[in-house]
Every structure is written in C-alpha cells, then in structure tokens.
Design a protein around this ligand. Structure first.
Ligand SMILES: [Zn+2]
Length: 232
C-alpha cells in the first residue's frame, strides 16, 4: 500500500500507511481553511512539532477521544500530563521512536515554542519519518538551515520520497528559502505547508511549485485542503 499524505490545511497533515495513520500538528476547528473538524479525525498516533496554538489547538481533545499516543518533546509531554493526556512518548532532538507504520526521528528546527497557556514549550522540531517504505521529512515551522543537506542525505541508498516545507514567510521560511530547502533536501516530491491560512501568510504556492519544477529540483505538488498526495 502506498503512503498517502493528506493536507487538511495550515500545517496539519495525515500520513496514512498500511500500519496506521499518523496525525501531525492537529489544528482543525479554529483553522479557517481546514477541510475537516477535530471530532471527525481518526488516527493511531499524533506527532507534534512545537507548542504554538496553530499546531496543538485540537491536540488534547483528539488525543483523549482517539487514545492515540502523542509523540512530542519533553516539555510538551509534561504539559499534556497536566491536561489529562496519558498516552505520551516524550522525546528530544536526535531521538527516534517506533510509530505505527515505521519510525519517527525528531529533527532540529529553527523556531520558538510555547503552549497556548504560556507554558514553556521546549525546543521546536521537525520529523523525519520512515513509514510504509517511504522516507518523509516534515520540516515543521522553521527557518532555512544548512543541516537540511544532512537530513536529505540518502540512508541505506534511499533519499527522501517527500518533503513538507513551510512557505508562508513571516513566521517561517518564505518561498525563496523554501526553494533553497528543496535544493538541500533533494526530495522526490516537495509539498508546501503553513501558508494561506490568514492574510499575513498568503502565498502563491503554484508559482513556488513552478519555480521548483523549472529548477529541476523535485516534483512539487500543491494539494488543496483535504486533498491527498500518494508517495512511494
Ligand atoms: Zn505555525
């Protein structure tokens, strides 16, 4: 079974494999562009990049309802405990954990992280997934950084099948730096994220995808909220 990546809007993705469905950064009910509501989400595990509201707004409710284990940094894990979420796997940068369908490694990200109630949210992260036979990099919210070249290096002869990159600018990389990120990561498929949700992060993702294609860097796809892309 191929791996399916579904963008539900903003920076929220569902990664479906025959081994289970991973939900990344749940933000549904208050997201103006979301394709679905939190109550309708089905998942087997939840991965969190950092603590900002546009990445965790529906985290507690979905974790409690689905009983899906949450993978996140130490500080967010502690906070989840105070919110009554019990199935949590705390991690930190450089660490890997088994997740449904394969494994997830917590990678670095240049950003900040605090939880909606002001609690310190630890170090922000990205995710390098090896699931369902595909290698998928979810950058999270980040600036461009040169370690992306390392993250994209082939592992046992396999490069990245897909890279999910913020292009919204202002709070993360914009289109120019995201283009350079594709150059460093060398994924087979490049996918834009974290844009178009509100006017300050409006971007022309199709124009960005054309630039990626014209530079011969990757197969850039631009799903609309709710649309899926098949990988592998
Ligand atoms: Zn964000």
């Amino acid at each position: 079974m191929p791996v399916t990546l579904t963008w539900t809007g903003h920076a929220t993705w569902l990664v479906e494999t025959s081994g289970g469905t991973l939900l990344v950064d749940p933000f549904f009910d208050e997201c103006p562009t979301s394709s679905m509501k939190a109550k309708d989400v089905r998942c087997d595990a939840i991965l969190v990049t950092h603590g900002h509201f546009d990445h965790v707004a529906d985290l507690v409710a979905i974790a409690k309802r689905t009983q899906a284990k949450v993978f996140c940094n130490w500080e967010i894990a502690q906070w989840l405990g105070t919110q009554g979420v019990e199935k949590v796997q705390p991690m930190n940068l450089g660490g890997s954990a088994a997740v449904p369908g394969g494994s997830a490694k917590m990678e670095m990200a240049w950003h900040s992280s605090s939880l909606p109630d002001g609690t310190y949210g630890g170090t922000p992260a990205g995710w390098l997934l090896d699931v369902g036979g595909a290698r998928i990099y979810v950058a999270g919210d980040t600036a461009l950084f040169s370690d992306m070249e390392r993250i994209g290096r082939p592992h046992e002869g396999r490069g990245l099948d897909a890279a999910i990159l913020p292009i919204g600018d202002l709070f993360t990389m914009g289109p120019d730096d995201a283009l350079e990120a594709v150059r460093l990561l060398r994924p087979r498929i490049a996918l834009p994220s974290h844009y178009g949700t509100w006017p300050p992060i409006a971007q022309d993702a199709d124009a960005w995808a054309r630039r990626v294609a014209e530079a011969g860097l990757a197969d850039a796809r631009v799903p609309t909220p709710g649309e899926s892309v098949t990988v592998g």
